[in-house]
Design a binder for this molecule. Structure first.
Ligand SMILES: Cc1cc2nc3c(=O)[nH]c(=O)nc-3n(C[C@H](O)[C@H](O)[C@H](O)COP(=O)(O)OP(=O)(O)OC[C@H]3O[C@@H](n4cnc5c(N)ncnc54)[C@H](O)[C@@H]3O)c2cc1C
Length: 458
C-alpha cells in the first residue's frame, strides 16, 4: 500500500496535520498510524473501587489513542511563546502565535465555542507577584476543560474518519528510508510506503523516537527534565488568581541555590490523576469545564528543571529513576501533607484523613523526602512559602503534595526551520521532537508541517 503522507501518532500534532490535508489537499492519500485506540474505546481501568492504582495496561488509555496524551487533559491551550515549547525558534514568534490562534479557531468551530479565554494582559497580579519575588509569565489561556476537549476531539474525528485512513492499535515498529527517498512504515503484520512521513509520537513514543533517530542517523541533543510535586489545596485559596487568570505560570528563583521553581498545569476545582509513561507512574492533574464535575480543590505542579552537562546525557533516565523510587516506596504515587514534610515524618492514612484537604487521587501516604533530591525538595518548600505570600494558606499544614510529578522531554531532534530532518520528506513534530511540550505548540507544529508538504506538492 502506498500513501502520499503517513502520519505516525494521532495526538494533537498528528490530528492537526491530518486536518490540514483534508481541508487543503483532499486529493492526497493520507494514513494515520496510532498505537492506541479510537477515542470511545479509551478507558482507563482505574475505577477507584476494584482497581485503585495503575495496572500498567499494554497501551495506556490516558496517554495513547486518538487525541494522544491530550485527550483527557484539562484542554488548556496556552497561546504564548513564553512556555509550552520552542516552536518559535524554528518558525518565528509571529508565525507560531498565528498558528496557535488558528488552532484555537478550529477548536472553537468544533464544539469549543463558548469556552473562556483568560489573559494575563493588564492583570494586577503581575505587580503582586513582582512584589513577592515571583514572576508571572504572559499568556492567553483557552480552557476547554476535559469534557469539551473530548467533544472537540470527537467532532474532529468525525470530520476526518472518512477522508483519512486511520489504523488504530497499530504501532509503527520500524521506520525505514528507501533508495527512492520514500519511507516504509513497518507494523506487526504489514508494511506501507509513503512519500512524506510525519512523526508525531509524543512523550510516550520517546524510546521509539530515540531508536528511530539512531537507525536513521538523525542527530539528537539531550533535553532537560522537570521534577517536582503536584500541590492540592482548597480551591478558595487560589480563587482570586484562578478566577481571573485560570492558569497562572509563576516562576520563583530560590534563595538557596538560585534554581528556578515554577507552577505548571493549574487545575481550579480539578482532580489529581496518575500518568503512566513507559510503565512509570507519575502524577498529573485536570479539571472539567462543567461546574457539576468540579471538586472543592485546586491542584498545580511545582517543578524544578534539571539540565545536565557533559558527560551525563540521560536526563529522562534521571527523572525515571526518581519516579521509580516513588513507585518502589509507594507502589505508585506518594501523597504527603506539607505539615508532615516540614516535620520530617511520613504521612499516614490517619493523618491524611484528619486533614482538611480531601485528596482527589487515591495515592499512598508516605514521605517525599525519601524520594526527591534535597536540592529539588528545598526549592519546592521555598516556593510554597513564596506562594503563601500571594495566596495565603498555600503553606498550610494540610496542603497535600503528590509525588513525583516528572515532565519528561524527548531528546531534541535536529531539525531545520521546516521541522524537516536531514532526510527529505521526513518531518518530526509535537512533543516527540523535543520542540514542543504543550497542546497548542504541538497542534501548531502539525498545521505548519502539513502546509509545508502541501506547498511542496503544489
Ligand atoms: C494528564 C495530562 C494532562 C495534560 N494537560 C495539558 C494541558 O492542559 N495543556 C497542555 O498544553 N498540555 C497538557 N498536557 C500535555 C499535552 O497533552 C501534550 O503536550 C500533547 O498531547 C502533545 O501532543 P503530541 O501530538 O505531540 O503527542 P501525544 O499527544 O503524546 O500523541 C502522540 C501519539 O502517538 C502515539 N504513538 C507513539 N508511538 C507510536 C508508534 N510507534 N506508532 C504509532 N503511534 C505511536 C501515541 O499512542 C499517542 O497517541 C497534558 C498531558 C497529560 C498526560
Amino acid at each position: 500500500m502506498k500513501y502520499d503522507v503517513a502520519i505516525i501518532g494521532a495526538g494533537p500534532g498528528g490530528i492537526f496535520s491530518a486536518y490540514e490535508f483534508v481541508k487543503k489537499a483532499e486529493n492526497l492519500k493520507v494514513a494515520v498510524f496510532e498505537s492506541g485506540y479510537p477515542l470511545e474505546k479509551r478507558n482507563c481501568p482505574i475505577d477507584g473501587v476494584k482497581i485503585k492504582t495503575c495496572i500498567n495496561c499494554e497501551t495506556c488509555a490516558i496517554m495513547n489513542g486518538f487525541g494522544g496524551a491530550g485527550a483527557f487533559s484539562d484542554g488548556k491551550y496556552n497561546i504564548t511563546n513564553d512556555f509550552g515549547g520552542t516552536l518559535y525558534e524554528y518558525i518565528g514568534r509571529e508565525k507560531a502565535l498565528e498558528l496557535m490562534h488558528y488552532v484555537d479557531d478550529i477548536n472553537m468551530s468544533h464544539g469549543g465555542e463558548g469556552t473562556k479565554i483568560y489573559s494575563t494582559a493588564g492583570s494586577e497580579f503581575k505587580k503582586l507577584c513582582m512584589q513577592n519575588n515571583l514572576t508571572l509569565l504572559d499568556a492567553s489561556v483557552r480552557h476547554l476543560g476535559t469534557d469539551i476537549n473530548y467533544v472537540v476531539l470527537e467532532n474532529l474525528y468525525n470530520e476526518l474518519k472518512d477522508k483519512v485512513n486511520f489504523f488504530f492499535h497499530t504501532p509503527v515498529e520500524k521506520l525505514e528510508k528507501t533508495e527512492n527517498n520514500t519511507y516504509i512504515l513497518r507494523t506487526k503484520d504489514d508494511a506501507v510506503e509513503c512519500d512524506y512521513c510525519i512523526v508525531s509520537v509524543g512523550r510516550s513514543g520517546s524510546k521509539w523516537m530515540e531508536q528511530t533517530c539512531r537507525d536513521l542517523q538523525i542527530k539528537t541533543h539531550s533535553n532537560r527534565v522537570d521534577i517536582g510535586v503536584r500541590v492540592e489545596l482548597p480551591a478558595v485559596l487560589f480563587s482570586h488568581l484562578t478566577d481571573e487568570l485560570y492558569e497562572s505560570k509563576i516562576v520563583y528563583q530560590t534563595e538557596k541555590f538560585e534554581d528556578h521553581v515554577r507552577t505548571f498545569c493549574m487545575n481550579p476545582h480539578g482532580a489529581v490523576v496518575n500518568e503512566n509513561t513507559n510503565g512509570i507512574v507519575t502524577v498529573n492533574g485536570h479539571s472539567y469545564e462543567d461546574p457539576k464535575k468540579h471538586t472543592e480543590n485546586t491542584n498545580f505542579a511545582l517543578l524544578v528543571s534539571k539540565h545536565f552537562s557533559e558527560p551525563f546525557k540521560d536526563s529522562n533516565g534521571y527523572g525515571e529513576s526518581i519516579a521509580r523510587l516513588s513507585n518502589m516506596l509507594g507502589g505508585g504515587v506518594i501523597v504527603q501533607r506539607f505539615g508532615d514534610l516540614e516535620r520530617g515524618r511520613r504521612s499516614t492514612e490517619k493523618r491524611i484523613e484528619e486533614g482538611t484537604v480531601r485528596p482527589t487521587l487515591n495515592a499512598t501516604p508516605g514521605d517525599l523526602s525519601l524520594v526527591l533530591p534535597k536540592r529539588i525538595l528545598d526549592g519546592i518548600i521555598e516556593m510554597i512559602y513564596a506562594l503563601d505570600k500571594i495566596a495565603p494558606g498555600t503553606a498550610n499544614e494540610d496542603t497535600l503534595l503528590y509525588g513525583v510529578e516528572v515532565k519528561f522531554y524527548n531528546m531534541e531532534v535536529e531539525l531545520d526551520n521546516n521541522l524537516e530532518t536531514c532526510h527529505k520528506g521526513l518531518y518530526i513534530i509535537g512533543d516527540g521532537s523535543g520542540v514542543t511540550h504543550s497542546l497548542s505548540h504541538a497542534s501548531a507544529s502539525g498545521v505548519f508541517v502539513a502546509n509545508r508538504i502541501i506547498e511542496n506538492l503544489t
